[in-house]
Design a binder for this molecule. Sequence first.
Ligand SMILES: Cc1ncc(COP(=O)(O)O)c(C=O)c1O
Length: 423
Amino acid sequence: MLKLRPSSRISQKLSHVLGKQGFQVTTYARPDDLLITRGQNARLFDDLHKKEYIDFTAGIAVTALGHANPEVAKIMCDQAGKLIHSSNLYFNPECLELSEKIVEKTKEFGGQHDCAKVFLCNSGTEANEAALKFAKKHGINSSPTKQAILAFENSFHGRTMGALSVTSNPKYRAPFGDLVPGTEFLNVHDELTTLSSYISAKKDKVAGLIIEPVQGEGGVFPVPAEKLLGLRQICNDNNVVLIYDEIQCGMGRTGKLWAHSHLPPAAHPDIFTTAKALGNGFPIAGTLVNEKINNALQVGDHGTTYGGNPLGCAISNYVLDVIGEDKFLAEVTRKGELLSHRLKKLQQKFPAQITDVRGQGLIVGAEFTEAPKDVINEARNLGLLIITAGKSTVRFVPALTIPDEDLNSGLDIFEKAVEKVYG
Ligand SMILES: Cc1ncc(COP(=O)(O)O)c(C=O)c1O
């Protein structure tokens, strides 16, 4: 780990800042020996403790083009000097350009074949709220009882009341009592015939079904293509809106523009949502729909003050230009193979502790037999930031632009951490 030498004045100021942590509500547990002050591509710096880290978290799969990306910084600066916000009362060119680009790139790069329109907003949870509302509206238009949303066990769709209602983790749900009524959870491992009978028996009540093509927070579980194809068919048969949540697994992370770009058109959704990498750290998100869904909507059905603001859209126009390129996506696939290959070799060394390595592209999970808290802490001590998913998975979601050198050095550190804990 490289040691940094900031001036003692900076160090004093930062030390003072770290002392202000008592003013934040008690919703996070964070290490109190870490204060992130700067970043550069796949590296993060703590100028207070004079430490440099390789970052395998990318701000939880957000900074796909790296921290402090110079082009993103320039676009932000230029756009901020022109116009940051003007509201959805009026058109702005950056928003119009992004709306066309995201729809057209989706179709060009094998995503939703009938993609038609986008609703731009500000976070993943907000994009999912819009998706749920749109699906409900579509259901209610055909029958007032058709309102329920089906989701899956092990899912994560966000923390607002609607998104939380379709998030299965009891730890997140239980403290908040009654959530949106009519939500039910299915098991993704159930046979398609079982799922089909269950859904068709409730078809008069069910408006939509939401699923992550790769369950991220739940532990990095890619849903098999045949399952998604079958679910699409079940939704067609029962007039149920199919929603893919691509907030974590989309925007190039699996080596295609969208995770569902790996699927044939017959498995494409009616709605899909994106956020995280879309703004490379600037909060922006989108809910993409086909004409069928858009036809269910009217002026006034939904809205947002900040969504589609010129600053966020200017950034996303650039991010989509970079990620929506065959060469860039091929590099993600190559780096993903490098990552998975090395993790599988480590698994062979520690078969009793690492039971599975799974994922696609640069979203990979290594399943441990127990919660990998010690490995995460040891890795941090050694200069690698990495996160968990589910109960016992270490999740690898580095910047898509991570250089091979950093990927390999980070994996060296990870191996050392595993050896130190289990060797
Ligand atoms: C699949 C998925 N959906 C929704 C969300 C919520 O996104 P946000 O935190 O931007 O509201 C997340 C965040 O981790 C996610 O991974």
